[in-house]
Design a protein around this ligand. Structure first.
Ligand code: CAA
Length: 641
């Protein structure tokens, strides 16, 4: 049982504290404000050996124990939570799987530079459909000759874009669930491996978080980590250790906020005395200190268990959950002690307050920690009938779509085919709306993504909007970072929702946040150079091609030379009914309101309707998941058996 750290641990703490106070503290405010990664400082931290804290000296590491590593993350986070997670994601997630599961060659090639701090590591597990349910991975890796061909996307990846080495999880054998997932070492710079935008986060803004995009990336066979099919276990075992890192991060954030609050309480005078003389403040501080001490014991003892190769998965989950829960309470109390001053931007407690929240979310939400902890105590809960079967293809973020890629003939042929399809679907291009119509009222929107390139190219998009009789929209970065359009024109989960009839996405790759904002569009058209961009899986029609070529052709094809007549009030069109492949569908019902089809094999996950539930067995209060129409307003699309 752990009671006290050694002198060596405390010397290391002092050394890291001195470094972070000198190198990060003076710029922490600026890093947070600018969403900026401390590149030079992390290089320096690496040169001092700290990026390899718990790895053996023979592999370039510092040869310290896991507790030393936890202290390292704690100390960085005490000053800046963002810097703390850079170390945690590098050591626990990007490097550990190579250390624990890599062969000797992989260790020499990848572990050594990571442990020496010459390279930064990251871990690619999370996907749009695989968050808490990590086994829902959809990225694929297909063995072709001497290489695996990697396709898919990862989201919310810490150190994404900054790291040089990535451990990426992908399905090598589809349809068999977690046993079909494998782990790969992937290098930044390989053809087809690109990054989405650096997310604009509430907190930990000095850390980089990005989307990873894999488009036919050739991964040499020798970069398979462990064996095919071992990927899920590698991910889970890695996360067990990672949770000690996040627990240490939460502990450090709490410690920093607590210290600041104690200082402030001694200094701030009210009622003719420092507020520290008030019992209300004294009790708060007593409670904060007690919680931090309890969290520290949990974190350090999980680290000690791991160090001594004892089982530690449950203890790491407990430490992560408890430390992050109390961290939120401590930063809240610290800000309360600071009063109005703490509410100001630039105050350390204000940053700590924002940094704290992520600790209850990432590396397994605290709810998932409870799943892990209780499974150690009670055994694994049986998978219930309501839980969808793994390996079953999930529908796209925008719901069932035609996904018709027009790839026959010349660019002009493909554009003409698209226009023909849209006309057949009922879109009337003799009428139009004003280009400045608010997105939420617009029947049609033509939107620009970052693929549009320079600002002059926006003319291609506005011309197309004119010819399509549509309003102008954009993805978030085009409005927020590039400022090509006003902020109120970006479409997405956090921006404006488009619920009209036709959405034409030009150069938009299709981040989940954007797709959620267009999921209710009747028809989605995607135009993009990257055939593997997620937007194509979420569109009814797609053209793979250069915007500079396709957009003028489409503008010409939609423009009949006459000015658009004012569009009549919008009548919401039915979304295309997607034809399912064989076997012939049975027992399906279609919603008269929106065309949504109830498929018994799928059930309705959101309404907790188990797969296999017949339409006739649906509760009477069940409503259409797409438009809210009552069950009575569904008609059979095939015979129920
Ligand atoms: N170690 C080794 N193997 C493990 C394991 C562990 N800790 N946990 C489970 N496994 C094995 C199981 O034994 C099982 O193997 P068998 O089939 O041979 O028995 C297999 O993995 C599947 O296990 P489960 O059926 O229990 O898996 P599940 O699909 O029900 O999921 C879960 C369990 C705990 C919910 C898991 O999905 C999970 O941990 N989810 C959270 C994911 C997560 O933490 N994501 C964080 C992303 S990284 C991040 O956030 C980093 C950052 O930004 C800084």
């Amino acid at each position: 049982m752990f009671y006290k750290t050694s002198q060596e641990h405390e010397e290391l703490r002092a050394e890291i504290r001195e470094w972070v106070e000198r190198e990060i503290k003076p710029i922490a405010f600026m890093l947070d404000k600018n969403n900026e990664f401390p590149r030079e400082q992390i290089k320096d931290f690496g040169k001092r050996g700290f990026l390899g804290l718990p790895y053996p000296v023979e592999y370039g590491g510092m040869g310290k124990d896991i507790l030393s590593y936890a202290i390292g993350v704690e100390e960085l986070s005490r000053v800046d939570g963002g810097t703390g997670v850079i170390l945690s994601a590098h050591v626990s997630l990007g490097t550990f799987p190579i250390f624990a599961f890599g062969n000797e060659e992989q260790k020499k090639k990848y572990l050594v530079p990571l442990a020496k701090g010459e390279k930064l590591g990251a871990f690619g597990l999370t996907e749009p459909n695989a968050g808490s349910d990590a086994g829902g991975t959809e990225t694929t890796a297909e063995l072709v000759g001497d290489h695996y061909i990697l396709n898919g996307e990862k989201i919310f990846i810490t150190n994404g874009g900054e790291a040089e080495t990535y451990v990426v999880f992908a399905v090598t054998t589809p349809g068999i669930g977690t046993k079909g997932i494998s782990a790969f070492i992937v290098e930044k710079g390989w053809d087809g491996f690109t990054f989405g935008d650096h997310y604009d986060k509430l907190g930990i803004r000095s850390s980089a978080t990005a989307q990873l995009l894999f488009n036919n990336v050739k991964v040499p066979k020798e970069n398979l980590l462990g064996k095919e099919g071992q990927g899920f276990k590698i991910a889970m075992a890695t996360l067990d250790g990672g949770r000690i890192g996040i627990a240490a991060q939460a502990l450090g954030i709490a410690q920093g906020a607590y210290e600041a609050a104690v200082e402030y309480a001694k200094d701030r005078e009210q009622f003719n005395a420092p507020i520290a003389a008030l019992q209300a403040i004294q009790f708060k501080i007593a409670e904060m200190a007690t919680k931090i001490r309890a969290a520290r014991f949990l974190v350090y003892s999980a680290a000690e268990l791991k160090e001594h190769h004892e089982p530690y998965g449950m203890e790491a989950a407990m430490a992560k959950k408890y430390a992050s829960d109390i961290c939120l309470e401590v930063v809240n109390d610290a800000l309360q002690i600071f009063g109005g001053n703490g509410y100001l931007k630039g105050m350390e407690v204000e940053r700590a307050y924002r940094d704290a929240k992520i600790c209850t979310i990432y590396e397994g939400t605290n709810e998932i920690q409870n799943v892990v902890i209780s499974s150690y105590i009670l055994g694994k809960a049986a998978k219930t009938a309501g839980v969808p079967i793994r390996g079953k293809k999930k529908s796209a973020v925008t719901g069932p779509r035609k996904k018709m890629i027009l790839n026959e003939g010349s660019a002009e042929d493909r554009v003409n085919q698209l226009v023909e399809c849209l006309k057949v679907d009922g879109h009337d291009f003799t009428v139009g709306i004003d280009i400045n119509t608010p997105i939420i009222e617009a029947e049609r929107v033509v939107s620009a993504g970052k693929g549009i390139g320079s600002k002059e190219n926006m003319k291609l998009v506005t011309d197309l909007a004119g010819a399509a009789g549509a309003a102008l929209g954009s993805s978030r970065p085009v409005a927020e970072q590039l400022m090509y359009v006003p902020l109120n024109r970006y479409v997405g989960m956090s921006g404006q929702k488009f619920t009209g009839n036709l959405y034409i996405a030009c150069g938009i790759s299709g981040a989940v946040q954007h797709l959620k904002g267009i999921k209710d569009a009747a028809t989605i058209v995607a135009i993009n150079t990257n055939a593997n961009a997620p937007i194509f899986k979420n569109a009814d029609y797609g053209i793979v091609g250069d915007l500079n070529e396709i957009l003028p052709l489409l503008t010409k094809a939609l423009d009949d030379g006459n000015p658009k007549k004012p569009a009549p009030p919008m009548v919401k069109m039915k979304r295309a009914v997607v034809e399912e492949p064989n076997p012939a569908p049975v027992g399906r019902y279609v919603c008269l309101g929106c065309g949504y089809e109830y498929i018994p094999e799928n059930g309705d996950e959101d309404a907790e309707i188990a797969p296999g539930t017949k339409y006739s067995e649906l509760p009477e209060e069940w409503i259409c998941p797409e438009c809210g129409e009552e069950k009575a307003n569904f008609i059979p699309s095939s015979k129920e058996v």
